[in-house]
Write a protein that binds this ligand. Structure first.
Ligand code: MTE
Ligand code: LUZ
Ligand code: MOS
Length: 749
């Protein structure tokens, strides 16, 4: 089935927040932000802005009737700074005017006096000063101290991975307006409508039932709107409440880049020990996560880095400690992979280091240590239905790992100024929120009198195709034509207490809830059909818009059945509630069964380096990916390709850069480079692993949103291998992203 949004997307008819037709009297907001990264606020004088023509209001912390607090996991983040500023670009005030231009001009009239304080941007420095967002966390398995004695080889190293700008095409924004009796409605570009509803209620000092949040779709989220859409929705709501007028707030691209958090940069130390037979016996690491100035989702992201710190390998003795460091940067946040990519990069770096020192291909070490059935993860869960070995074997069978390695070696022999490099990247990613309570969802399904169907869930459509998948679930469960079904906007009054659409589990959780509701409706309608036709309902089914009896079409159509059921006063609406079974995790012991299942896959990347320029391109990426039984292979392939490009971008050309004063240098698309069509791999071949999907996956179709991003990690090591082929004295270092500038320096160092 085609993505149901594709036609409206390509014809420009899809509606985003900024496309909602505005109501009469709509006003426009612009956020005034801190010009320094750390300081005490001595003066914040907004009178110049307030007295400007066309300005209707300027709002600061003192205008918040409720609590000036938007922290998601820990209450450590204010909506508007009042006493202190803690990052460059932190909101101080919202200026509201008749148009955006006037509001922006008025911002320039605001006068501040901020007494500067010391700015810390480096996570290790923050850690040394004891500036942590939460206490450190450690995952352990086996006995790391005894294990070193059993190792024939021990290697140590240091790694860095950079931030990443989400660059969703639709920037952060919200449109808020009043309904009757002081109720407020917010149209927000958020992955977490309930988070917006709860925070707006707290800011306004009103109960949640007076706030309605509605989301049609996002022009991309990638994690950047899991938490950070909230602030702008709250600001729009606050101004709308004060002014009793509709208020729209859409961030300018440059403001969005400057003000919002990104993927967390990590700095890390590792120590890896191997046996003579190249089995990884011990792995010890310390992660320094650059959290920024407030916790946001950092603690949960830190946890996922630990969960994925051994990637797809079984390592009997491990000890990994992670620090979430508080720095004067915008609070870093969720980004596709959610700390998993950072954790995986570090173990891959450790393996690359060992491979270099022992002069063996990294793929040999990778292959020897792949997870097997019933191996325990370091967090206690026992690996079941492990497919990583199968992915590896199939990749080898289909593409020939040795053959490609041979071609690369031959090319490198024949060429002086061009070198190729190859790398393998296996991935094992856990599916479920690691916070148990978030693994739940609801769906509300209405069958209308004419037989058409409306479905509401907590899922947010952000381009990943979740609405198409939910429509497929409805169509398959009720056995009716997809044309009869409409997926409604995500609205907190129809489906409440939603988890954000995140952790790749949007389709699983909301799809399951939809399936549950549809099964109930089907049962009820079959029963009605039984009494209409005067036969035992056990003989009846619905198929292709008709009631069938013993497999043969009866005279009763779907429309007739629905109409009669309504006349018979049978309820044609149903709510489904789903909670992922068997997931739990004890934070004290760091053991449990946090994931419903894991997604596996292996990628092989070949890069081509121009050794005069330091530039590179990717010739091909071969992937074997475990989709389970993909319910929509076109959408899922799109997710693999998009995530791969995003992962390669993070590892190669995307370089988030701040100056020592905490000011963003890579603050526009001329200084922050993202992959475009010219930097996409020349060839991407992805083969679905032929296996049966697990039960907790919707229709046995595995979650696909995040896992393929991590194939991109192989890009770093492929380039590294190409550099080694040109410059034998290069000692591999681990400082991602590997930009062309860095490549050039390493070629000739
Ligand atoms: N694909 C598109 N086109 N746009 C997005 O914003 N977000 C990714 C992924 N794929 C995203 C995307 C992220 S971070 C997640 S967690 C999942 O989609 C969320 O959707 P799902 O749970 O329905 O897979
Ligand atoms: N968000 C979250 C996530 O709150 N918890 C998670 O475990 C998670 N994992 C991936 C992406 N977002
Ligand atoms: Mo995705 S980082 O879970 O929004």
């Amino acid at each position: 089935m085609k993505n149901i949004d594709s036609i409206s997307h390509v014809t420009g008819r899809s509606l985003y927040v900024d496309d909602i037709p505005v109501r009469t009297g709509t006003l426009y907001g612009v956020v005034f932000t801190s010009p320094v990264a750390h300081g005490n606020i001595i003066k914040l004088d907004t009178s110049g802005a307030e007295s400007m023509d066309g300005v209707t209001g300027v709002f600061t912390a003192k205008d918040i009737p409720g609590e000036n607090q938007i922290g998601g996991i820990i209450p450590d983040e204010v909506l508007f700074a009042d006493k202190k500023v803690v990052f460059h670009g932190q909101p101080l005030a919202l200026v509201v005017a008749k148009d955006e231009f006037t509001a922006r001009k008025a911002c320039a009239k605001i006068v501040t006096d901020i007494e500067p304080l010391e700015v810390v941007t480096d996570p290790r420095e923050a850690c040394n000063k004891g500036m942590l967002l939460v206490p450190p966390s450690t995952f352990r398995s086996g006995d790391i101290h005894k294990a070193w004695d059993q190792c024939a080889h021990i290697f140590e190293g240091k790694t860095e991975t950079g931030g990443q700008e989400h660059l969703y095409i639709e920037t952060q924004g919200a449109y808020a307006y009043l309904m009757e009796n002081g109720h407020i409605k917010i149209r927000s570009s958020t992955q977490g409508p309930t988070h917006v509803q709860k925070s707006a209620a707290e800011i306004l000092g009103i109960p949640m039932h007076r706030v309605e949040v509605d989301v049609t779709r996002l022009g991309g989220g990638f994690g950047g709107k899991e938490d950070q859409a909230t602030a702008y929705a709250c600001m729009a709501a606050l101004a709308a409440m004060h002014l009793q007028k509709p208020v729209k707030l859409i961030l300018h691209r440059l403001d969005d880049m400057r003000m919002t958090g990104k993927r967390h940069p990590y700095s890390a130390d590792f120590r890896i020990g191997l046996s003579g037979a190249l089995k990884i016996v011990a792995y010890q690491a310390t992660f320094y996560q650059n959290g920024g100035a407030a916790a946001d989702l950092s603690p949960a992201i830190l946890d996922r880095s630990l969960f994925h710190s051994t990637n797809s390998y079984f390592i009997p003795n491990t000890e990994v400690t992670a620090y979430s460091c508080k720095t004067n940067l915008p609070p870093n946040t969720a980004f596709r992979g959610f700390g998993g990519p950072q954790g995986m990069y570090i173990i891959e770096a450790a393996i690359a280091k060992a491979a270099h020192e022992l002069n063996v291909p990294a793929s040999v070490i990778q292959e020897k240590n792949l997870l097997r059935e019933n191996d325990p993860f370091q967090y206690g869960q026992v690996a079941k239905n492990v497919h990583i070995g199968k992915c590896y074997q199939m990749l080898d069978k289909e593409f020939g790992i040795k053959k490609i390695a041979g071609e690369v070696a031959f090319f490198n022999q024949e060429n002086v100024l061009h070198k190729k490099g190859m790398a393998l990247m296996p991935v094992c990613f856990g599916i479920s929120f690691t916070n148990k309570s978030m693994n739940q969802a609801r769906a509300l399904v209405h069958i209308y009198q004419d037989g058409s169907v409306g479905v509401s869930t907590g899922a947010i459509e952000m381009g990943q195709g979740v609405n198409t998948k939910i429509l497929q679930v409805t169509s398959r469960t009720l056995n009716i034509d997809p044309e009869r079904i409409k997926i409604e906007s995500t609205n907190t009054t129809r489906v409440s207490n939603t988890s954000p659409t995140a952790a790749s589990s949007g389709a699983d959780l909301n799809g399951k809830a939809t399936e549950i509701a549809c099964i109930q409706l089907r049962k009820r309608l079959i029963k009605t059909a039984g009494s209409i036709l005067g036969v035992n309902p056990g003989r009846l089914a619905i198929y292709d818009g008709w009631v069938t009896c013993d497999g043969k079409r009866s005279k009763l159509s779907w429309e007739k059945l629905v109409k009669t059921a309504h006349l018979e006063r049978v309820c044609l609406s149903e709510q489904g509630h789903y909670a992922t079974p068997f997931v739990h995790f004890n934070k004290e012991t760091a053991k449990g069964h946090p994931f419903a299942y894991h997604v596996y896959g292996v990628a092989l990347l070949v890069t081509h380096l121009d050794c005069l320029r330091g530039t590179y391109r990717f010739d091909k990426v071969c992937i074997v990916h475990d989709f389970g039984n993909s319910m929509n292979i076109d959408i899922d392939m799109g997710q693999v390709e998009g995530a791969l490009a995003q992962g390669i971008g993070w590892m190669t050309m995307e370089e988030v850069s701040y100056d020592k004063e905490g000011k963003l240098l890579s603050n526009s698309l001329s200084t922050y480079k993202v992959p475009d069509i010219f930097s996409a791999p020349r060839q991407v071949v992805c083969i679905p692993l032929p296996v049966k999907g697990p039960k907790p996956a919707i229709l046995r179709s595995k979650a696909v949103g995040e896992p393929p991003l991590m194939y991109g990690i192989g890009a770093y090591f492929a380039i590294q291998n190409a550099i080694k082929a040109f410059n034998p004295s290069y000692v591999p270092d681990f400082d991602a992203p590997m930009t062309p500038e860095k490549v050039l320096m390493r070629l000739y160092q």
